[in-house]
Design a protein. Structure first.
Lengths: 460, 294
């Protein structure tokens, strides 16, 4: 086909394609600030030429497809980086809460331990003094109360995290169900030969959100994508999603199940892994250290107090309520056993004026506990441990934040909408449209000339 | 390479960082400490716990020493009075042994010597803050009471000694049992006095009795050195602890004190950075090619 009608047809194809291109630009501009949106470009090609003898004549332009620009490798890196960053930030936030109760060196448990042993020293020069004896019991009471408080706040934090875990699992289920449903829509569109671009963006965005909750890997399949946890547990396969469930474990916290399998310990990445790490490792670790310290102090001081005699010459009793066997829960249960200051066994020989057993009580401060460290050094080690863990996670979180930021910049450079670029494209498409319209108008004039060929006057 | 068309998240992250820096610097200035939570410097935070322990004990030892010094001084000055009384008894004994006194003068001396004996008993039963100083550790009852013995006075205290920790691993013995001071065999103060009174009463063997009092007095003076030494040790330990107190406080500052000049500089710097980040964000306008299209 050639001739004027051929030219008209070519111009019409140009008008149509230019309109589609402008629509694409318009959509990009509209979604310039849509999270996860990947800019679209029109993929146009010249129409197949027609052979006319020795000539090959073009047939205009066709729009092959509208393509979303994204880098699949970058998206995978972003998912991984999001998982890591989210895990570290969640862990960090929890550790920062945890470390607040170890923040002061002049108050709190460490100072309580120092104050208690110092009160024994104060009693030594005047062992019959009831006020000084009461000071020892008061210091012991403060020590017990602060152990209780520390233990309680650990428990409270653990319960709060536990609640958070349950909520996060709910969010994971909601996201996987949405991802599965989009899988189906994408499948339908692809089967119909249509571009699923923005749906893929939405899905990618959902996967990003899922990544901030839990570590997953995304595998392309014939039915879209399948999403699996790092241990292989499938969350999404085609249009199906598999919900995780939570159930209270024997350790008093919620465990996460896939079908009937407990996968709590197998989760990596995302805020869930961070929460579980603090809930199941950091807090129990610190709690156990506090328990051992409380139990060691209580047992040591009980034995020491029993070795002496009180103000009335009676054999000493337990200074603290004996800690549970094995020490588990000792910090939370620590309580002073005696209320009468005269019951403090300062005497080593049964006379009221003897202070010999105070040295035995004091020696608990310098003797190693079960962990091989003195009480104050044990506490100091806990402070170091909590501080060091927090500091390390903080440094890792900073580093991972920078990596995530760089990846997001890279994604922006590939997929982000540039308004300048769109404006420039718009000029181009507008000009092309105007030129094609001019061609139509020229062809129209020529056709009129052809229709009126041989007549004196031109058809207007 | 195509640039990221939206640098706003980067600018916001930068702003967040400068504000964090400013917050940290302000906190250091406000608290005067560089370690406000363990993660600021885990090693220093752990050492600060030990440092506080040392400071607490150092202050405690100083307080113990003050308490101990009162007790030691009481004992020392009491023993000084005992020595004076014994010197007085000696003079009286020498006077009585001179052989020139009338019977009534001798009787007067006996009365005086009996007065001294009573005084010695009350000195030996001296108490400090309600506790008998020379009773060993049995401080709740008077250690010297009337009873069956050659001197007529028996020691009912015990021979235990109390120790008080005074820092640096030192323990200070804070008492000598009264039995060791007043009723050691061969230097028994009360027996020597009883014998002297008897000798003057009967006017026989006065020189030997005077000698016995001299022996007891010398022995007591020698024992008193214990208290002198203890007081000296308490004083020198007080000096040492006061020096240590400064060192501990210095160490605390080194470990956890804020470098205020540096913190102030950091604050100023982070404020400048914040201004720069804010300016950058405000300059990142929506100025683009569309604005120029007609």
């Amino acid at each position: 086909m050639s001739g004027l009608f051929g030219t008209l047809s070519i111009a019409l194809s140009s008008l149509g394609v230019s309109q589609d291109e402008m629509a694409t630009t318009s959509n990009n501009v509209a979604n310039a600030n849509t999270p996860g949106y990947s800019r679209e470009v029109s993929d146009v090609a010249a129409g197949d030429p027609i052979e006319q003898g020795s000539l090959s004549v073009g047939t205009g332009v066709i729009l092959q497809k509208i393509e979303s620009l994204r880098d699949p490798i970058l998206e995978i890196q972003l998912n991984q980086s999001t998982q890591q960053n989210s895990q570290l930030n969640t862990t960090l936030a929890q550790l920062q809460t945890l470390q607040t109760q170890f923040a002061s060196s002049t108050s709190g448990l460490g100072a309580d331990i120092s104050d208690f042993f110092n009160s024994l020293e104060q009693l030594a020069p005047d062992p019959t003094n009831l006020e000084l004896r009461q000071s020892v019991l008061t210091a012991a009471g403060n020590l017990a109360t602060d152990f209780n408080t520390a233990s309680n706040s650990l428990q409270t934090q653990r319960s709060n995290i536990d609640l958070n875990v349950t909520q996060s699992v709910g969010q994971v289920n909601a996201l996987t169900s949405q991802i599965a449903s989009i899988n189906q829509q994408i499948g339908n569109l692809t089967n119909a030969g249509q571009n699923p671009g923005t749906l893929v963006d939405t899905q990618t965005n959902l996967i990003r959100q899922l990544s901030s909750l839990v570590g997953v890997s995304v595998i392309p399949t014939d039915e879209g994508i399948s999403v699996a946890l790092s241990n292989g547990t499938t969350l999404v396969s085609g249009s199906q999603s598999f919900a995780l469930t939570t159930q209270l474990g024997t350790d008093g916290v919620q465990h996460i199940y896939s079908d009937s399998q407990d996968i709590t310990g197998a989760l990596t990445g995302g805020s869930l892994a961070g929460l579980i790490q603090v809930r199941d490792q950091e807090i129990p670790g610190v709690g156990s250290d506090l328990d051992q310290l409380a139990a060691g102090l209580a047992s040591g001081l009980n034995t020491a107090n029993q070795a002496g005699f009180d103000l009335n010459g009676n054999a000493g009793t337990n200074l603290f309520v004996p800690p549970p066997v094995g020490g588990v829960g000792a910090a939370g249960a620590l309580a002073v056993n005696i209320t009468d200051p005269s019951r403090l066994a300062a005497s080593s020989d049964g006379t009221s004026g003897s202070n010999g057993n105070l040295a035995v009580l004091s020696s608990v401060a310098t003797q190693p506990l079960a962990n091989g460290e003195t009480p104050i050094n044990s506490y100091s080690s806990i402070v170091f441990q909590v501080g060091n863990d927090t500091s390390n996670v903080s440094a890792d979180a900073d580093a991972s934040g920078l990596i995530l930021q760089q990846l997001q910049d890279q994604r922006g450079s590939v997929s982000g909408v540039s308004l300048d670029e769109e404006a420039s494209n718009l000029i181009q498409y507008q000009t092309a449209y105007q030129a094609a319209a001019r061609v139509v108008s020229s062809v129209n004039a020529l056709l009129a000339d052809a229709v009126n060929l041989g007549l004196g006057a031109a058809v207007q | 390479m195509r640039v990221n068309p939206n640098p706003l998240p980067d600018l916001l992250a930068a702003l967040n960082q400068t504000q964090l820096d400013a917050q940290e610097a302000s906190l250091q200035i406000a608290t005067g400490r560089s370690v406000n939570e363990p993660s600021d410097n885990p090693t220093a935070a752990a050492l600060l716990v030990v440092n506080n322990d040392q400071a607490t004990f150092n202050a405690g030892y100083l307080q113990s020493l003050t308490a101990v010094q009162g007790q030691l001084s009481t004992a020392d000055s009491t023993l000084s009075s005992v020595t004076t009384a014994l010197q007085q008894a000696l003079s009286l004994g020498v006077e009585a042994g001179g052989g020139t006194l009338s019977a009534s003068d001798q009787a007067a001396i006996v009365t005086q010597l009996q007065g001294i004996q009573t005084q010695l008993l009350s000195l030996a039963n001296v108490s400090y803050q309600g506790n008998y100083v020379f009773a060993g550790t049995d401080t709740s009852t008077a250690p010297f009471v009337s009873g069956t013995s050659p001197s007529g006075i028996v020691y009912v205290g015990n021979t235990d000694v109390n120790q008080v920790s005074i820092g640096g691993g030192y323990n200070l013995a804070v008492n000598l049992p009264g039995s060791q001071l007043f009723s050691t065999s061969g230097s028994d103060v009360f027996l020597a006095m009883t014998n002297l009174i008897q000798a003057v009463q009967t006017n026989t063997g006065i020189p030997a009795a005077v000698n016995a009092v001299t022996t007891a007095s010398s022995y007591l003076s020698a024992q008193r050195v214990f208290y002198g030494n203890a007081i000296d040790q308490a004083q020198s330990q007080t000096t040492y602890l006061n020096t240590a107190k400064l060192q501990i406080s210095q160490q605390q500052t080194t470990l956890g004190g804020a470098d205020l000049a540096a913190a102030a500089t950091n604050l100023a710097q982070s404020q400048t950075d914040t201004q720069a980040a804010l300016a950058a964000i405000s300059k990142f306008s929506q100025d683009n090619l569309f604005d120029y299209l007609q």
